[in-house]
Design a protein around this ligand. Structure first.
Ligand code: FES
Length: 160
């Protein structure tokens, strides 16, 4: 009787060890053998209709973009400033100041972007007009297709 109880306990302990081993081995094997997703953004994102944008002024647009980083996929809200420079020509600026990353706004009266943190100012083409900003505003890749404004590379704006 004591012998069968002992062998039953031994088998139970081995079974629990096997279950624990499998519980640890499956994620480890997945980590080793399943390739991570590369850093990718959602491609081109439609953000506006070009005919609704005011000419030679700035309009802020809000959009959602998805990005994969390793095994993690996130969808997040983002913004951009669009400046229409011609019938089918649009420039898109990333919304952070190039000094220390504050969110800037557009001053309609002065027709320039202004940063509230340290008073940098930028022209409609993103050039530094005043303040400590070390370089022009960063830009998104942009194209106009069938009257729609599309942004690309929203994970990584292009430095001017
Ligand atoms: S963060 Fe914009 S001027 Fe400093």
């Amino acid at each position: 009787m004591a012998e069968s109880r002992r062998s039953w306990l031994e088998r139970a302990i081995y079974a629990m060890g096997g279950i624990l081993g499998a519980a640890l081995a499956v994620p480890a094997a997945a980590y080793l053998f399943v390739p991570p997703r590369s850093k990718k953004s959602s491609g081109w994102i439609e953000v506006a209709e070009v005919e609704r944008l005011p000419l030679k002024s700035a309009e802020e647009v809000v959009f959602r973009h998805t990005r994969a980083d390793g095994w993690k996929v996130t969808t997040e809200k983002a913004t951009a400033w669009l400046v229409k420079t011609g019938d089918n020509e649009v420039t898109a600026f990333a919304p952070q100041c190039t000094h220390l990353g504050c969110v800037y706004s557009f001053d309609n009266a002065k027709s320039q972007f202004v940063c509230p943190c340290h008073t940098s100012a930028f022209s409609l083409d993103g050039q530094v007009l005043a303040g400590p900003a070390p370089r022009p505003l960063d830009q998104f890749v942009v194209k106009v297709e069938n009257g729609k404004v599309l942004l690309g590379g929203t994970d990584k704006p292009v430095k001017a």
